[in-house]
Write a protein that binds this ligand. Structure first.
Ligand code: HEM
Length: 411
């Protein structure tokens, strides 16, 4: 679909050629609080597209609540209660759980993983480079987040391909390449009590139940074992939903950030030269994540009437915070569509910064992006795109699905 500035944000097909940036640029300029009619099961919603407005709504969690769902789908109270994770709660409930999980993902804790990430990344890159031509998403971007997530959770390597396949089916539930149960193309009401309204949610629940019943091995020092030992922690349903959240959130997002970086490098040799200068390793990950902004929006629900730029959002209305648009707002970023590896400060919103739900895994994700690129550039002489990238079909998760490259190894 060609982006003429007027694409419908509800339609997953508006995203098949990548993010419709012209549409977002027009909305930021002309209609920053814009109403989108619903369709079928999905009720209409508001879109916030400017950096300042998204930041405000993200901070004002009492007015823009997460506690009625964070995706576009409308859930009955029963469905919400069955599927919610702490991401779908407000203070004080959210704060209490967040406090227990935070230490596992804090910057100093994550920094200890640096050598493990490097070891995994160097193996992955070596393997990829055994062929002169390969899909960089499949061979590199997909592999590192999956292996790291496995190590952090403490699940065995042999389960990882399966877990990633299920995570893809959850988060990519509108892309026929990832699921047979495409949400906008068939009736998925039988799965309405499952995470992401997907049968993959049921399989992941079963896996989590096996963990809880000790029918499956889990590493003692992994997060899952720690959470299972924590008596004040989550109940059974809470644990299962948290497990699904990590499998979905910890995987594709980082994959698509690395994929965006690899695609940009493969198409722009000057970026490779800049990175090789060594000046940009501390800033490049944020810039690649800004440009990728893989989870394009999260939803809030207004708890009271609220007027912004002359529009009145009514109590109960759904409001989408389009982080992907805020991260390219020309009012905040100079040349927002350029990849400026030294951009600093980089006030992008791709991790939902500024709100109570700011990404738990952001330090881990950024470290993975940087190290994957460092290990790649150590080993390649040339790294060039063979064709254009292909994109996910989703108005929620955006990413480069395939990027074929030709690479030569350093002598
Ligand atoms: C580049 C990679 C990533 C991106 C772009 C990303 C993006 C986001 C965003 C935008 C939010 C805010 C959601 C909201 O406002 O409701 C979020 C929350 C979250 N992320 Fe990430 N994420 C990434 C990687 C990860 C990783 C690696 C993990 C875990 C291993 C993770 C786990 C979570 C969790 C658990 C939350 C919910 C936090 C809460 O509600 O307090 N994410 N992420």
């Amino acid at each position: 679909m060609t982006d003429d500035g007027f694409l419908n944000l509800l339609d997953h097909d508006s995203f098949v050629n990548g993010v419709p940036h012209a549409t977002f640029a027009r909305l930021r300029k002309e209609d920053p609080v814009s109403w989108n009619d619903g369709d079928g099961d999905i009720k209409g919603f508001w879109s916030l597209t400017r950096h300042a407005d998204i930041s405000l709504a993200n901070k004002e969690n009492a007015i823009f609540s997460s506690a009625q769902g964070i995706r576009l789908e409308d859930q009955s109270p029963e469905e919400y209660l069955a599927r919610r994770t702490f991401q779908e709660t407000d203070q004080p409930e959210h704060t209490a759980v967040r406090r227990t999980v935070n230490p596992n993902f804090a910057k100093p804790t994550v920094a200890k993983f640096e050598s493990l990430i490097r070891e995994l990344a160097s193996d992955i890159v070596e393997k990829a480079l055994q062929s002169p031509e390969f899909d960089a998403v499949d061979a590199i971007a997909k592999q590192l987040p999956m292996l790291m997530l496995g190590r952090i959770l403490g699940v065995p390597d042999e389960d990882l391909d399966w877990l990633v396949e299920k995570g893809d089916a959850l988060i990519g539930n509108s892309d026929p390449e990832f699921t047979d149960h495409v949400v906008d193309k068939m009736d998925t009401s039988a799965y309405r009590m499952m995470p992401f309204r997907s049968p993959a949610g049921l399989e992941l629940y079963d896996y989590a139940s096996d963990l809880l019943a000790n029918r499956r091995a889990v590493a003692e020092d992994g997060i899952l074992a720690k959470m299972m030992r924590d008596e004040n922690g989550l109940d059974e349903l809470g644990f299962k939903n948290f497990f699904c959240l990590l499998v979905a959130a910890g995987n594709d997002t980082t994959r698509y950030s690395i994929a965006m970086a690899l695609s940009l490098l493969a198409h722009n040799p000057e970026l490779i030269a800049h990175l090789r200068s060594g000046q940009y390793w501390n800033t490049c990950a944020d810039e690649f994540v800004r440009l990728a902004s893989p989870t394009m929006h999260f939803r809030r629900t207004a708890t009271r009437d609220y007027t912004l730029h002359g529009k009145t959002i009514r109590e109960g209305d759904k409001v989408l915070l389009w982080f992907v648009s805020g991260s390219r707002d020309e009012a905040v970023f100079e040349n927002p569509n350029d990849c400026d590896l030294g951009r600093s400060p980089n006030r992008h919103l791709a991790f939902g910064q500024g709100g109570p739900h700011v990404c738990l895994g952001m330090h881990l994700a950024k470290l993975e992006v940087r190290i994957a690129l460092e290990e790649l550039l150590k080993r390649v002489d040339t790294f060039e795109a063979i064709d254009a990238p292909t994109w996910t079909r989703s108005n929620f998760i955006c990413g480069v699905k395939q990027q074929y490259v030709r690479a030569t190894k350093v002598a």
